[in-house]
Design a protein around this ligand. Structure first.
Ligand code: DGY
Length: 322
């Protein structure tokens, strides 16, 4: 019997690849960098399924190159802003993604990044390493306190809610959130639904965990940073595209806000000559929020299971309804 053919755009680990190979004819882009556009277009041609990552832009050009055999796309990510869902839907292709399994890891990293930024962990470590640590000093390396503060979460989905749960144990005073509508989970967690303006005005810490959509693109811009407190810490673990990065650089330089912690940027990777790297009040991480060994393996396995179920015309464990 002929096995269905699948193109995989990166090495996603031996467990997941072995499972996929047991049932499919698999071609893999095995280099540790994203597949080039030309390679993707060449290799996706005639395939029944595509397992891709958030680094691969799947648009009409790729879909046309794939042709009518392509029935399943599984992305090893919860975010799907790299997929042209309109074009995918037009072609009746089913999409699998990986929600839930990365929620805990991402929430953990968000809290870690918040504290690393507010308590200046990287800056302090660098001072200690390079001789800047002269003596214990009353106000050296100080930052804002999380306890008794007001935290605002923009995008109160699975990840935002888990960030909120974790932050409660830090004895914060108020938990605010904003989004499309009030959520019952807000009541359960003890978070108050407010407008974006109120959240920006009132929060000591503003955390972005929303998806990147046309509506959220550049929502953190000059105007939003001006609405925040000068003492505010901004944390972004969603997508770089929700921030007008030039506006953020201005806000950090002019001290419109106090500091920013970014796990995501535009572009990715961020060029090493980006001004963000020269700002002491900015912590930049290389998009590692979900990067625990267990989580990444689970994401890979779920992506393969999405492909296998989809190819068998069965309900995918995690289908993205588009
Ligand atoms: C996602 O899955 O969308 C995250 O950004 C990376 O795990």
């Amino acid at each position: 019997m002929i096995k269905p053919s699948v193109y995989v755009t990166r090495d996603i680990g031996s467990e997941a690849i072995t499972l996929l190979k047991n049932h499919c004819d698999v071609t893999i882009w095995n280099k540790p960098v994203p597949v080039t556009r030309d390679e993707l277009i060449k290799n996706v041609a005639g395939k029944d399924a595509l397992l891709c990552l958030l680094t691969d832009k799947i648009d009409s050009e790729v879909l046309n190159a794939a042709g009518t055999n392509l029935k399943i796309i599984a992305t090893m990510s919860v975010g799907f802003d790299h997929l042209d869902v309109k074009e995918i839907k037009k072609r009746n292709i089913k999409v699998g993604y990986t929600p839930n399994v990365l929620t805990d890891a991402t929430a953990e990293l968000t809290v870690a990044l918040l504290l690393a930024t507010s308590r200046r962990l990287l800056e302090g470590s660098e001072e200690a390493r390079t001789g800047g640590w002269k003596a214990w000093s009353p106000f050296w390396m100080c930052g804002p306190t999380l306890s008794h503060s007001t935290v605002g979460i923009v995008g109160f989905g699975r990840i935002g809610q888990q960030v909120a749960q974790r932050l409660k144990s830090f004895n914060i005073k108020n938990l605010l959130y904003t989004g499309h509508s009030e959520k019952k989970e807000g009541l359960e967690i003890g978070a108050k639904f407010v407008s974006l303006d109120e959240l920006l005005r009132e929060s000591d810490f503003v955390i972005a965990t929303c998806a990147l959509t046309p509506e959220t693109a550049n929502m953190f811009n000059d105007l939003s940073f001006k609405k925040m407190k000068p003492s505010a810490v901004f944390v972004n673990t969603s997508r770089g595209g929700v921030v007008d990065q030039d506006a953020l650089i201005r806000a950090l330089k002019e001290k419109t806000i106090w500091a920013a912690g970014l796990d995501v940027t535009t572009p990715e990777p961020l060029s090493t000559d980006s001004e963000l790297f020269n700002l002491k009040n900015c912590v930049v991480l290389p998009h590692i929020a979900s990067a625990t060994i267990e989580t990444r393996n689970t994401m890979a396995m779920l992506s393969v299971k999405n492909i296998l179920s989809g190819l068998r015309n069965k309900q995918m464990p995690s289908e993205l309804i588009i």
